[in-house]
Design a protein around this ligand. Structure first.
Ligand code: GUE
Length: 437
């Protein structure tokens, strides 16, 4: 039994909103990490206290059970709270400013809204997908066409390699150059960077890599970016995400020259993507890969209903904008959508990009829909060599019983992301030499 006591002000001021939000977030996290709601008891003690500073000291979080859930994303509100959170194993970040006056509870939300951690309520994926549990179902034939992202990406890479040969002959031997900046040594990031470099080599793009230790300063990263901005042999700059927590991603990404922003994450490129009649210099690779998969599989987008699950900057949001530019009617489903299954069931095209293994179940899919699964989630698998394997955001077997076409993980969107990065780098080089048609 976990008991959380909570005292807030009677007036819905900033501190009590903060406390209430923190409490709500904690509860959701606890439920998502397997706690049953009966195991958690909360007390909200309203006190007549007009001084917010006193509230800090009176906010108490007590526990009668040890809780080891990961609270890394929670923003707290004062050093007193940190002291109370510590026994719960909760991390603490001192930053109230970003949510001042953006009341989540009892207050009108601020105009621009506020993005909290994306926590999926009612996570059905806590139950493994039926097809894994049920051997008979696992053996049942499904009718969906599997969209082979690996093969399509290979075709695209071939086209790119040919174009690079032409570029070379037209420019006296010039080839595209891609600079990759990697900060820290996350295993997954290292793997992605390695496969990007390999793909570059295969098509004739020169790749440069700059590796910085995890404790580098933001200024050091900015200096590397500036160096590549000024280097005419570099046509694309990619700063591998996520960056270590102490760095300001927004500042780093904005420092990349718009003309070399092959990830398409620069605000100017995203802004143009969002506007009618504007053409961004680059479109983010993963969403572009999703659209390319649809187009090359002869899936009609125009006039169709599309649901994008997830609203991240790098996939969900730009994917929704791209679908809209392709004349689809787009709905974005996210962690605060109360009925995600019902809404997703309306879609002719589903793009799932949430990063939650097996979130999308068979009953979310309308018969005949096309499903693009962007997720790459490691799940435990003792029979696998590494002890884990990669699965998508979609329960593949269940969805494949309903869909007309579906992408697998791995071998779906992942290889397309890399192919689109090569495409963007080549286009950038062609633009630099005045050859972009
Ligand atoms: N600035 C930046 N740009 C990115 O484009 C970027 C990034 N940061 N950070 C991480 C994500 C992830 N990402 C992937 C690229 C290729 C595969 C890929 O090729 N996957 C294969 C193999 C997967 C495997 O087996 O490891 C597949 O799905 O079949 C996956 C994921 C790019 N990202």
């Amino acid at each position: 039994m976990l008991v959380i006591s909570f005292r807030g002000a009677t007036t819905p001021g900033r501190t009590s909103v903060a406390c209430a939000y923190l409490l709500e977030t904690m509860l959701e996290r606890l439920c998502n990490s397997g706690f049953q709601s009966q195991q958690i008891r909360t007390h909200r003690i309203l006190c007549d206290n007009s001084n917010p500073h006193t509230l800090h000291t009176s906010s108490a979080f007590k526990t009668s059970a040890h809780c080891t859930a990961d609270y890394g994303n929670i923003r707290s509100f004062g050093s007193q709270a940190a002291a109370h959170l510590a026994p719960l194993g909760l991390a603490y970040t001192e930053k109230l400013s970003s949510w001042s006056s953006t009341g989540m509870i009892g207050r009108r939300p601020a105009m621009f809204g506020w993005y909290g951690p994306e926590i999926w309520r009612d996570r059905k994926d806590l139950q493994p997908c039926q097809a894994i549990l049920d051997e008979n179902l696992a053996k049942t034939e499904f009718t969906a066409t599997i969209i082979d992202g690996k093969l399509i990406a290979e075709e695209i890479r071939q086209e790119i390699a040919e174009e690079i040969m032409r570029l070379k002959s037209q420019t006296n031997g010039k080839v595209p150059g891609l600079a990759v900046v990697l900060v820290g040594s996350r295993k997954d990031s290292e793997t992605y960077v390695r496969s990007k470099k390999k793909a570059c080599k295969e098509v004739g793009i020169i790749s440069l890599e700059e590796n910085l230790p995890v404790d580098s300063s933001e200024e050091e990263v900015l200096n590397i970016v500036r160096k590549f901005n000024d280097d005419p042999s570099v046509h694309g700059i990619l700063v591998q995400l996520p960056l270590p927590k102490h760095m300001n991603e927004e500042r780093v990404l904005a420092a990349i020259s718009v003309e070399k922003d092959v990830d398409g994450f620069h605000p100017l490129n995203i802004g143009k993507l969002a506007m009618q009649g504007r053409t961004p210099l680059f479109v983010p690779c993963t969403p572009r890969g999703c659209i390319e998969l649809l187009l090359r599989s002869n899936v009609e987008i125009k006039g169709k209903r599309a649901v994008v699950i997830g609203r991240s900057n790098i996939v969900g949001t730009p994917a929704a904008m791209l679908l809209q530019r392709n004349q689809a009617t787009v709905t974005v489903v996210h962690s605060y959508t109360p009925n995600p299954a019902e809404i997703t069931r309306e879609a002719d095209i589903v793009i799932a990009a949430v990063g939650v293994a097996h979130l999308v179940r068979g009953d979310w899919i309308k018969p005949g829909a096309v499903v693009i699964d962007v997720g790459i989630n490691p799940i435990e698998d003792p029979s696998a060599k590494k002890g884990y394997r990669l699965v998508g955001d979609v329960c593949f077997k269940e969805a494949a019983m309903k869909a007309s076409a579906i992408t697998p993980v791995p071998g779906g969107v992942g290889p397309m992301t890399i192919a689109m990065l090569l495409r963007n780098t080549l286009d950038s080089a062609k633009r630099a030499y005045g050859l972009l048609d």
